[in-house]
Design a protein around this ligand. Structure first.
Ligand SMILES: [Zn+2]
Length: 331
């Protein structure tokens, strides 16, 4: 059962209602910031089948196909009581505070599971946690017939563009500096008539983006980079009264062209995690086929091949890496 695994340290936490047999987990190219040493098993993006339930859980849930929410709320604080448990005052995280999906099995509270239809392919299901975040970012404001700018085209930026296309945005413009990511984004969106991908290392980027925004500028802008250059570009490219969603994090403070933003009366929003509304919409987007995440999956590796997976990501040669515990081979 444990053959050849490097991370076969699965635990069952007493009193918790469910254990999930992890099918693939997904690793993202967002960089090593989320990879760290801790006394818990890493990684939060995973899906699987329920293989054990606690005594207080409906046994009919055995074998359910599920994805895992990574935010573990306390359920007691004022924010939880107000329905804002995604920013719970005592928030804990799967893969940081409790064991995550980098294992054959993971034990999680029943409240974190989302049942999935089998029409969602396993690699997409493994990436549902970030996909639901991108879904929330896009649908936080109306998107149909709007022009949208997306800065930072890692997996989340690409998901954002795909969702905006599916939800009827008038135009979608993505901006990326990393050459591998830029080329990949270009490939994915080259056949989408109202989408364009722009290389932000080009000195003409500001003018090129402004052209895509038309005379008045973009209606919406979603940033996943947290980079100062992207913030400057986004504020410049938004129209008066435009809406900015900032989801990229930075190592330290970054400059924001505040005067320009103020003159345009730009609305800034930040988002941390998926709320209750985002999950069912994200599941529907994938199960209906409105969004296909397969183009983002560049590698599908055995879990024991983790070193190669990390190298690929650190070298910028991968987007989504799906990793499957090798015990599934014998099933
Ligand atoms: Zn709480």
């Amino acid at each position: 059962m444990w053959k050849g695994l490097y991370f076969a340290v699965a635990r069952f936490v007493s009193g918790w209602p469910r254990r999930v047999s992890v099918v693939p987990i997904s690793l993202s190219s967002n960089g090593p910031n989320g990879w760290r040493s801790a006394p818990t098993i890493s990684f939060r993006e995973c899906c699987g089948h329920v293989c054990e339930v606690g005594s207080d859980v409906d046994p009919a849930l055995m074998n359910a196909y599920v994805a895992v929410e990574s935010h573990l709320a306390c359920g007691q604080c004022q924010l939880c009581r107000d329905g804002q448990d995604h920013i719970c005052e005592n928030l804990k995280y799967v893969g940081i505070d409790i064991d995550g999906g980098f294992a054959e099995y993971v034990a999680v509270p029943v409240t974190l599971l989302h049942q999935l239809p089998t029409t969602i392919p396993i690699p997409s299901a493994a990436a549902l946690e970030p996909f639901a975040l991108a879904t929330r970012a896009v649908l936080d404001e109306p998107v149909r017939d709007k022009s949208m700018l997306v800065t930072g085209l890692g997996p989340l930026g690409l998901m954002t563009m795909l969702i905006a296309v599916a939800r009827g945005a008038a135009s979608i413009t993505g901006v990326e500096r990393n050459p591998h990511r830029f080329q990949m984004a270009k490939q994915i969106f080259e056949s989408v008539p109202n989408a364009a991908v722009i290389d932000s290392s080009n000195p003409e980027v500001t003018g090129t983006v402004a052209q895509r925004g038309g005379g008045s500028g973009f209606d919406r802008w979603v940033d996943w980079s947290g980079a100062g250059q992207a913030l400057e570009l986004g504020v410049s490219a938004l129209r008066r009264g435009g809406i900015a969603h900032l989801l990229g994090s930075a190592e330290g403070p970054v400059a924001l062209p505040l005067s320009q933003a103020l003159m345009k009366e730009i609305s800034f929003r930040t988002i941390h995690g998926r709320n209750a509304e985002a999950w069912p919409i994200a599941i529907e987007l994938l199960s209906s086929g409105a969004v296909d995440l397969n183009p983002l999956v560049t590698h599908d590796l055995d879990l024991s091949n983790y070193r190669h997976a990390f190298d690929l990501l650190l070298e910028g040669k991968a987007c989504k890496v799906i990793m499957t515990p090798n015990h599934l081979e014998s099933r």
